[in-house]
Design a protein around this ligand. Structure first.
Ligand code: NI
Length: 226
């Protein structure tokens, strides 16, 4: 699980929310597959609306420009982000995200390796509405500041607890990674984060950094599927 702070600035969050309030919303069940639809109660911004497509593309470019997202996810394909809203009493019970998704208006498919939620409401604007991710170390509860995002393996069971007061706005998307194995992806992420720290350390000799870069890129070469 990786947390990304301020993927969107507070100003960008205001712009997103402004557009989202004006957009048409539809029942979120329509985009859930199979058993997930039974436990899904929320609304989704109409993905066919031009303003929503603009927001989706804007968020997509923020993802591509975030060194931390690129390092953690090693994206190959990204599903156009969708926007959802949980009003009072709404919830999404335990489910796993579909493994294979058809890209909108395309014959291409995407294998969901990583699920991503970007929070668009501040935590004090609603009660409940925590994203609960079931991991091998137990349940992880995630409720982040507006503009912050979380990446987690799509293979994990997860749910959104009922919103008991207020409204929870978020963007969600799925990423097919160049490296499908989540343990390998995590190792590469740790290595890259270390390299980025060392790059800023004047005491580290250039040749040592080159050697680490070499190792990193050779590991990517060995483990990526393109
Ligand atoms: Ni989900």
């Amino acid at each position: 699980m990786v947390l990304i702070e301020q993927l969107l600035t507070k100003d960008e969050v205001v712009q997103f929310r402004h557009k989202l309030y004006q957009a048409p919303w539809i029942d979120g069940k329509g985009t859930a597959m199979g058993m997930a639809a039974d436990v899904k109660q929320n609304a989704q911004a109409d993905a066919n609306h031009s303003d929503i497509q603009t927001l989706s593309n804007l968020l997509l470019s923020k993802l591509g420009n975030s060194p931390q997202v690129v390092s953690a996810a090693l994206p190959n394909r990204i599903f156009p982000p969708c926007f959802n809203r949980y009003s009072q009493g709404e919830t999404y019970g335990y489910h796993v995200d579909a493994a294979i998704m058809r890209m909108p208006n395309s014959h291409e498919v995407l294998r969901s390796d990583i699920s991503m939620t970007t929070f668009l409401s501040e935590p004090d604007e609603y009660q409940g509405g925590e994203l609960i991710i079931s991991t091998e170390f137990g349940e992880q509860k995630v409720k982040l500041a507006a503009g912050d995002a979380v990446l987690y393996p799509s293979s994990s069971l997860h749910r959104v607890t009922p919103v008991t007061e207020g409204e929870r706005l978020a963007a969600i998307t799925w990423i097919q990674s160049l490296v499908s194995d989540s343990a390998m992806r995590d190792t590469l992420y740790q290595l890259d984060q270390s390299i980025q720290t060392l790059v800023n350390n004047p005491a580290i000799r250039r040749e040592e950094l080159d050697r680490l870069h070499h190792v990193y890129h050779n590991l990517i070469r060995q483990h990526s599927q393109v």
